[in-house]
Design a protein around this ligand. Structure first.
Ligand code: ASP
Length: 320
């Protein structure tokens, strides 16, 4: 009698705990893809990514193809070809990529290659490492078939020479030519991936690396929870491991919007005076395809492409 009662209690407890586990994992399967990316140039990038997502392609392929659009556009002076140089006149690029299995690849301070995002993907897929920098990254790219090109366009060179007259390094918020493309996507199989690529802050010290190629700072993806990316003054994003922070805040139950707001507030708390003068923006999605965005200052825009929202630009709310 005693034994069967104990058995009954044990079995009921097991059923109850199984039910609560199911409650956690049995979320409705959302099979609608979505892609979001930073700034107005996200529209062109999203359109390219959507071609892959709409055919039930992989989010990883979509984000790589998407960010290649501004990378290859000589008129975009903050990414890839045509990016504004460092203070020595050298165009140095930073990029990283992350997939649904926590595979990561990154390059920093890479010169002469138009698509650093694709080099980052090669680092992820073809090496036992996660990050290559400078000359080592260039040698790796060349060995893998990438073409050596001149990235400094006449327009960017002219702007740099103009800057040399005063040579004052001051990050300017929301000037379109100081911005990174961070793109995060969920595909029809409900897998998340992200890509982030930039020429970094214009006229930086040679060798300076920002948040964009640093997994956890400029980009983070957790396929159970969501993904986040950032733009703005990278030093402040690195200080709080920004994109990882946003994803962890979502893990704690915050919506993407709440998570982005909490991360921005962390920057304000760390640097109350400085935070009024610089821009940082976060963009996030969760596993249900909800989007959040928040910035220090007004003017941070982002583009969303889904079945319901066919590639529209939004302006994020801001702390100041
Ligand atoms: N986050 C980039 C960097 O610090 C620049 C930007 O997004 O404006 O290199």
């Amino acid at each position: 009698m005693k034994t069967s009662r104990r058995k009954f209690i044990q079995t009921s407890a097991a059923i109850a705990s199984l039910a609560s586990v199911n409650k956690i994992f049995a979320q409705p399967k959302i099979t609608k893809p979505i892609v979001v990316s930073t700034w107005n140039f996200g529209v062109g990038a999203n359109a390219e990514a959507w071609k892959i997502l709409a055919k039930n392609g992989r989010a990883l392929d979509a984000v790589e193809a998407g960010v290649q659009v501004p990378e290859g556009d000589p008129k975009e002076t903050s990414v890839g070809l045509g990016g504004l140089p460092d203070r020595d006149g050298r165009v140095t690029l930073d990029a990283c990529i992350m997939d649904e299995n926590a595979n990561i690849g990154s390059v920093a301070c890479l010169e002469h290659i138009v698509h650093p995002i694709s080099v980052a993907r090669k680092v992820m897929e073809k090496t036992p490492h996660v990050m290559l920098v400078g000359d080592g990254a260039l040698q790796f790219a060349l060995a893998n078939g990438f073409k050596k090109e001149k990235l400094l366009t006449p327009e960017s060179e002219k702007a740099w020479k103009e800057w040399l007259k005063t040579a004052k390094y001051k990050p300017i918020a929301n000037i379109e030519n100081h911005d990174t493309i961070g793109m995060i996507a969920m595909d029809a199989n409900q897998n998340l991936s992200g890509a982030c690529t930039t020429s970094g802050m214009a006229y930086k010290l040679h060798g300076r690396v920002g948040d964009s190629p640093i997994i956890g700072a400029g980009l983070f993806v957790d396929n159970e929870i969501g993904a986040a990316t950032s733009t703005g003054v990278g030093e402040e994003v690195i200080r709080i491991c920004g994109s990882h922070l946003v994803v962890e805040l979502m893990r704690q139950g915050n919506s993407p919007q709440e998570a982005c707001e909490l991360a921005v507030k962390r920057i304000v708390k760390n640097q109350p005076a400085k935070s009024k003068e610089i821009q940082v923006g976060f963009l996030a999605i969760n596993k249900n395809g909800e989007v959040g965005a928040y910035a220090l200052l007004k003017g941070f825009t982002y583009a969303v492409y889904s079945d319901e929202i066919p590639n529209k630009i939004f302006e994020a709310k801001s702390y100041y």
